[in-house]
Design a protein. Structure first.
Length: 179
């Protein structure tokens, strides 16, 4: 079981990195001014589509961090693995796709939060914890074969990690709520 948990951790790490980058990128001095919302401030039926917290900065740097994480995993951990996908450098496709999926899942969840009347930045448990997992897995499911076992282990590992890092972010005053 430990092996499966570790495989799930390594496999989904690019999406985990992408999911953390929007919050971390707000702390980079050169990037603080780039906070254009992905919905450009537009509303639909009187409600913001995504809100101010979903920015182009977060999306771009999230996908970039997924790519770098995938490249580092390939270079440091998986260089001996033969990939069955017919790609010489699968991290150039799979990692950023997984990162995009994670952030798209998070953005879609934000859309539904707005429609339910939940303010931007407020918790919507457990959807805040699983949105990026669903999005990241769906994004790569069309490119690689993912077993139900891997899906279950990814949910276990990354749900727990999300809670852990949310509390760390709250403690560091990067987040307004612990969950």
């Amino acid at each position: 079981m430990i092996d499966n948990l570790l495989i799930a951790f390594w496999f989904f790490l690019p999406a985990g990195a992408a999911n953390m980058m929007p919050i971390l990128s707000t702390q980079i001095p050169l990037l603080k001014k780039w906070r254009t919302p992905m919905d450009f401030g537009f509303s639909f039926h009187g409600k913001r589509i995504l809100g101010d917290n979903k920015t182009w900065r977060g999306l771009v740097f999230g996908i970039f961090s997924a790519l770098i994480t995938g490249w580092l995993l390939r270079a440091l951990v998986f260089e001996h693995i033969t990939w069955k996908f017919g790609l010489s450098q699968p991290e150039l496709l799979i990692a950023p796709l997984m990162g995009f999926g994670a952030l798209a899942g998070d953005a879609l969840e934000s859309f539904f939060k707005r429609w339910r009347g939940i303010d931007s930045g407020k918790s919507w448990y457990p959807f805040d914890q699983i949105d990026y997992i669903i999005g990241g897995l769906l994004a790569v499911a069309f490119v690689i074969d993912i077993t139900i076992g891997l899906v279950i282990y990814v949910f276990i590992v990354y749900f727990a990690l999300h809670l852990f890092f949310s509390y760390i972010g709250y403690w560091l005053k990067l987040k307004s709520q612990p969950i």
